[in-house]
Design a protein around this ligand. Structure first.
Ligand SMILES: C[S@@+](CC[C@H](N)C(=O)[O-])C[C@H]1O[C@@H](n2cnc3c(N)ncnc32)[C@H](O)[C@@H]1O
Length: 310
């Protein structure tokens, strides 16, 4: 299995700007590319969190290399306040989140994230909770349609939900290939399309199964509450829905009023902002990275910084 190749690594490091004696949280450890880069850049400490227990093997390598400068914690980054509190950490100098799934998760057919190889319809990043098979076999047609519409921006959400419900009357839907075929047939999609028409639905189910937007909302708030003056919150998102959430959150904290979102609590209009944005406020992959790592195509990096006086 190929280890996850980190995206926007130099840009992330430039915005985290690790310093000696600093404390940082890597909320999405994965294969540890970001944690390693931060630990190498300064004589600092990194608390790394991942909800996927299979990332432990990568953590063991960093524990051996960096000893007590590195701590790996199994859990959801939404719970980062209590996770780092168990190590007596009330405040940190930076938090980095690299949202979504890793290439290790996508590449393992048994995890059921991808329809490239056939596998059981699982899609859980951790080992708790409902699987995608539970969802597609038991959710109501309208719930399925809503999930596909809101988390996949799938315009044909109703048609696909109806096809899923009629297919499961014949036989339970248990495999990724089986579901992908049901979706393609519902869309009457040909093979000539650049992106497989099942992609949006798979993304939607994954987001729902892992409650990803809820985790982002709670994770951003938790990170905000931990940041010391001058501390930075650096987030890489992988699709426009995630990036929109992060952008709205940042704008609401930096005194810019944007469109309301049910996932982002509005800051009181009278409150003076405690954070500011860099210029430019986002970064994307350069040509060299795009060529070398096609996954970087949709990555967007954003940062906000707590004011020194806040
Ligand atoms: C894109 S990968 C991160 C890759 C990492 N930056 C690297 O260099 O290897 C995302 C990782 O975050 C984890 N993850 C996603 N959402 C999470 C959450 N809410 N809490 C904890 N871990 C999460 C996934 O399990 C996955 O391992």
């Amino acid at each position: 299995m190929m280890a996850h190749k980190p995206v926007l690594l130099d840009e992330m490091l430039d915005w985290v700007a690790p310093r000696d004696q600093g404390t940082y949280i890597d909320g999405t450890f994965g294969a540890g590319g970001y944690s390693r880069a931060i630990l190498k850049a300064a004589d600092c400490r990194v608390f790394a969190i991942d909800r996927d227990p299979s990332t432990r093997v990568f953590a063991e390598q960093l524990e051996a290399e960096f000893a007590d400068r590195f701590v790996w914690l199994l859990g959801n980054f939404a719970d980062m306040v209590s996770l780092v509190a168990t190590h007596g950490i009330p405040q940190v100098d930076g938090v980095v989140l690299d949202l979504g799934v890793s290439s290790m998760q996508l590449d393992q057919a048994a995890r059921g994230f991808s329809f490239r190889a056939d596998g059981p319809l699982d899609m859980r990043m951790g080992d708790e909770g409902m699987t995608a098979a539970d969802l597609v076999n038991h959710a109501s047609e309208s719930e399925l349609a809503d999930i596909l519409y809101y988390y996949g921006e799938e315009k044909a959400s109703r048609r696909i939900a109806a096809a899923i419900v009629s297919a499961r009357k014949v036989a339970p839907i248990a495999r990724t290939h089986q579901l992908a075929e049901i979706i393609r047939a519902a869309l009457g999609a040909g093979k000539h399309q650049k992106t497989d028409p099942a992609t949006r639905s798979f993304q939607a189910l994954r987001i729902h199964i892992n409650q990803e937007f809820d985790a982002i909302e709670r994770g951003l708030k938790a990170a905000e509450s931990l940041l010391a003056p001058g501390g930075r919150l650096v987030v890489v998102s992988f699709h426009s829905l995630e990036d929109r959430l992060v952008k709205r959150y940042y704008h609401s904290r930096c005194g810019r009023l944007g469109e309301p979102s049910r996932h982002v609590p509005e800051a009181p209009a009278s409150a003076a902002p405690h954070f500011f944005l860099p210029k430019p406020e986002k970064r994307v992959a350069n040509d060299a990275e795009l060529k070398e790592n096609p996954r970087s195509r949709s990555a967007t990096l954003r940062m906000m910084q707590r004011m020194e006086s806040a």
